[in-house]
Design a protein around this ligand. Structure first.
Ligand code: CP
Length: 308
């Protein structure tokens, strides 16, 4: 199929400069303020956004959709593979090109670790936003995490953030750790050794949950990504170890600072990374994270389409 050079894409958090990210946050705050005041925004009226979600999603897909609707755009969506032609053997690459050929103004793509994704993005002539790429990158999740923390703490300089969970298989950890460091946060991880072998060298490990809880301003829980594990028997021992020794419970909540906050990208597996008591704790910001996902994604789509 034919191809030409891409103008704009957002595949990695580093695709936007620190200042570019701050400008995006200003735009997201404006959008949030207007929508909360009941104002109608029509900046994307007549635009078509194509969403291709080749892995399951609730938050990312629906918040892109909601953001598009709130700005007056319409969405084309492929997310059910029993009803798309992939169920008849069409490849992911042909599906990408087919959706592109329908002529949307912007595309959002979630996929597994497919190496071809980045190469495809580099060839096409419209903005493409990564909605979660295997265990490699989930840059819009990082945007909403940092935006939420900036709302809460005003600055991230020296903020102590610990990620507790399956770091090695988490695209959220990969992207959010990087963006938090760009904004001056001090990041550590806490997990059994089988879950944090591939972490960036700049990120130290805290050996016990007690150390993590007493050290941090932000406790960032992560799901164990069993679907990305190889060698299930060996990993299941790590999973059991994680569930037994690294799950946030009532005792942990008591030891956590009063001004600390708890984040999680979702979906949460209750009884694994968090015990049920965490759900009612006022320091848990997961609902605000989901809501802010709409505003940062709206801001990103608006800024990309404004440049075209
Ligand atoms: N955080 C996140 O990516 O959630 P979904 O998989 O539900 O989109």
């Amino acid at each position: 199929m034919s191809s030409s050079k891409s103008s704009i894409s957002y595949t990695w958090v580093s695709d936007l400069s620190r200042q570019g990210t701050l400008d995006l946050f200003s735009r997201a705050s404006q959008i949030k303020k207007k929508l909360k005041a009941g104002e109608r925004i029509k900046s994307l009226k007549g635009r078509q956004i194509a969403l291709l979600f080749n892995e399951p999603s609730t938050r990312t897909k629906l918040s892109f959709q909601m953001a598009a609707h709130r700005l007056g755009a319409q969405c084309l969506i492929i997310d059910d593979f029993t009803t798309s032609s992939m169920s008849k053997g069409e490849t992911f690459l042909d599906t990408l090109w087919t959706l592109h050929s329908l002529g949307p103004d912007l595309m959002v793509v979630r996929c597994g670790n497919e190496e071809l994704y980045e190469n495809w993005v580099s060839q096409i002539d419209l903005p493409v936003i990564n909605g979660g790429w295997g265990a490699k990158s989930h840059p819009t999740q990082a945007l909403l995490d940092v935006f939420t923390l900036l709302e809460q703490f005003k600055t991230l300089d020296g903020l102590k953030v610990v990620f507790v969970g399956d770091i090695d298989h988490s695209r959220v950890a990969a992207s959010s750790i990087k963006l938090l460091q760009i904004f001056g946060a001090e990041v550590r991880v806490c997990a059994p050794s089988g879950f944090c072998e591939k972490r960036p060298k700049s990120v130290p490990v805290l050996e016990t949950l007690k150390e993590a809880i007493t050290w941090c301003d932000v406790y960032f829980g992560l799901r164990v990504q069993l679907e990305r594990h190889e060698g299930a028997a060996e990993k299941s021992k790590t999973f059991e170890q994680f569930q037994k020794n690294f799950s946030l419970d009532q005792q942990g909540l008591q030891a956590l600072g009063k001004k600390a906050v708890i984040l999680h990208p979702g979906p949460i597996n209750w009884g694994v990374e968090f015990q049920d008591c965490v759900e009612k704790d006022s320091r848990l910001l997961v609902r605000r994270q989901v809501e802010n996902g709409i505003y940062v994604r709206a801001a990103l789509m608006e800024s990309f389409l404004e440049k075209r």
